[in-house]
Write a protein that binds this ligand. Structure first.
Ligand code: G3P
Length: 218
């Protein structure tokens, strides 16, 4: 399973890149706003730091302007995936950009029917938002299961499932159990995945016992 980081904070991203766990990045207009940076500049910096796909989202809602924005974003670097919302115009844009050889990430997916449309439009990635479904009292991970079943039934679709709106390491575990292709993780969730109280306790015990031996490996 590949891990993307859901952030437009380059400093935070660089700390994660050195762990060797980062395969790509996703951004959205809210994350760009939070960064306080210019979208073109910060996206270029991110694309230089991470070799894998970097999603940059269009902000227009009509087809013609989405195409124009998407083509401009795609020119930033070879590893840009243009992110479009799951709307009629968004999927038209997806089809056009995909046919031009641009990676497209279709975002704001909340149903399996929408995911099917995105696959037919040639999306590189479909981004179902599991956390936001959980927030509504639903089980967001059930959507991943359903999309996986549909995509597995039609191997001619090459769209990858990019689990988004992840809030906890448990979301990541469940996505991996289902065989999701990618998860996009807020930095905190990726750091949290390293943690287990028994790991910390076990290490403390080992080091304390080692200290009593008076030995040194080096
Ligand atoms: O990048 C889109 C997605 O991951 C947003 O997550 O936490 O704002 O629902 P969230």
């Amino acid at each position: 399973m590949r891990f993307f980081v859901d952030t437009a904070d380059v400093t935070e991203l660089e700390k994660l890149v050195v762990t060797g766990m980062v395969d790509g990045v996703t951004t959205n207009p809210s994350l760009i706003a939070k960064s306080g940076r210019n979208i073109l500049e910060v996206t270029k910096e991110i694309a230089d730091v991470v070799p894998g796909p970097v999603s940059a989202e269009v902000t227009a809602t009509d087809y013609d302007t989405m195409i124009e924005e998407g083509q401009k974003l795609a020119k930033i670097a070879d590893n840009i995936a243009v992110k479009v919302p799951l709307t009629v115009d968004g999927l038209r844009t997806c089809k056009t950009l995909s046919s031009q050889g641009t990676m497209v990430n279709v975002t704001l997916c909340f149903s399996a029917a929408q995911a099917l449309l995105a696959a037919k439009a040639g999306a590189t990635f479909i981004s179902p938002f599991v956390g936001r479904l959980d927030d509504m009292g639903m089980d967001g991970m059930e959507l991943i299961e359903s999309i996986k079943d549909i995509y597995d039934a039609y191997p001619q679709y090459s769209t990858e499932i990019l689990v988004a709106s992840i809030r906890t390491p448990r979301h990541v575990e469940r996505a991996a159990e289902m065989g999701a292709d990618v998860g996009t993780l807020p930095p905190r969730v990726l750091w949290d995945m390293y943690q287990h109280p028994l790991t910390s306790k076990g290490l403390d015990d080992f080091l304390s016992d080692w200290g009593r031996t008076g030995q040194s490996i080096l």
